[in-house]
Design a protein around this ligand. Structure first.
Ligand SMILES: [Zn+2]
Length: 323
């Protein structure tokens, strides 16, 4: 608690002791826990569950790549000040691992992905290697992450348990409806073009959930470099399968994607950019695409449309920007 908050609480207690306040004390601002998220997706989970009972912020915003993100001095201050820290987990925030580990000695640190059954994790490089951390791409997995955060918050702040439960139920229902919508629009893509080509491997969970073959030029982390051979084999895939579109990502450079488009053009196959996807960061704060549901709606609607599927003009809830 800050000095100012401690002093205002002392004042309230003194007034109460002097019989100057009625029996039922309103919650004072100092009782609002400070919940610090690493990514905007995790902050969205916290907002969905805790609403305005907590002060919630995210270290990383729009267009930020979590794999390579290094903590700034002010991030470290924010983490120290927080009452509890929530991160995505599975080493998504690769360069923060030590800090998160250290913090867990002095305050609650919760990984959203810790709620997921291990048999639903994807291990792209074999069972012994790190699992793919991009679990929010499957709404049924993110729903489990939501319920895990609800339980952790309830154990930390039991007075709010009923509110957290009601809020989580509402968000879980929205994720379920979103999942049905995604299955419907991605299911409308013709069998032959169900191939999602992106800059890095962030979409394996989406692909598994909705029957798309997913090919990222870089591996699951943006930290690895794409080889020339990899680019050439992907050009062949695009040409052979007549894939009409590839996708760029808001948080990753599109250099490799441009190399693919030029490679396919040299072999007489025109590939267009099917749109920009939100892989590891959501859209701008305050917009629909800046929410978890809006992010996934944007992605699945954009992908289905560019690969020849049938989509409503403005997506799942009619809230997407006009396309
Ligand atoms: Zn990623």
């Amino acid at each position: 608690m800050s000095d100012a908050a401690a002093s205002s609480r002392r004042t309230v207690l003194a007034l109460a002791g002097a019989g100057l306040l009625s029996a039922a004390l309103p919650a004072v601002a100092a009782d609002r826990p400070i919940l610090q998220a690493t990514t905007s997706q995790v902050a969205d989970l916290l907002r969905a569950i805790a609403g305005d009972t907590a002060t919630i912020s995210s270290l990383m915003g729009e267009g930020i790549d979590p794999h390579s993100y290094k903590l700034t001095r002010s991030d470290t201050v924010a983490l120290m000040k927080a009452d509890a820290v929530f991160h995505s987990g599975l080493f998504l925030e690769g360069k923060m691992a030590d800090m998160l580990d250290k913090l867990s000695a002095s305050k609650p640190v919760h990984a959203a992905a810790s709620a997921l059954p291990t048999d639903r994790l994807i291990h792209p490089d074999g069972a012994d290697a790190h699992p793919d951390p991009h679990v929010w791409m499957d709404p049924t997995l993110w729903r489990l992450a939501l319920l895990g955060v609800r339980d952790r918050l309830s154990s930390l702040y039991p007075a709010n348990t009923a509110l957290y439960a009601a809020n989580a139920d509402k968000a879980a229902a929205a994720y379920e409806a979103l999942n049905l919508y995604a299955a419907q629009v991605l299911g409308s893509v013709p069998e032959k073009t169900r191939v999602l080509v992106t800059a890095h491997d962030a979409f394996s969970y989406l692909g598994r959930a909705f029957g798309l073959q997913v090919v990222g030029i870089q591996g699951i982390s943006t930290e690895s470099e794409a080889g020339l051979q990899r680019i050439e084999s992907m050009v062949s895939l695009l040409v052979d399968r007549k894939i009409p579109a590839v996708f760029v990502e808001t948080s990753v450079s599109d250099r490799n994607i441009q190399a693919l488009i030029q490679g396919a053009a040299a072999k007489g196959h025109k590939v267009s950019i099917g749109g920009s996807l939100y892989s590891d960061a959501m859209g701008p704060p305050g917009t629909y695409e800046g929410t978890y549901v809006g992010m996934i709606d944007h992605n699945v609607t954009t992908i289905a449309q560019a690969l020849g599927g049938t989509v409503p003009a403005r997506g799942f809830q009619g809230r997407l920007a006009a396309r």
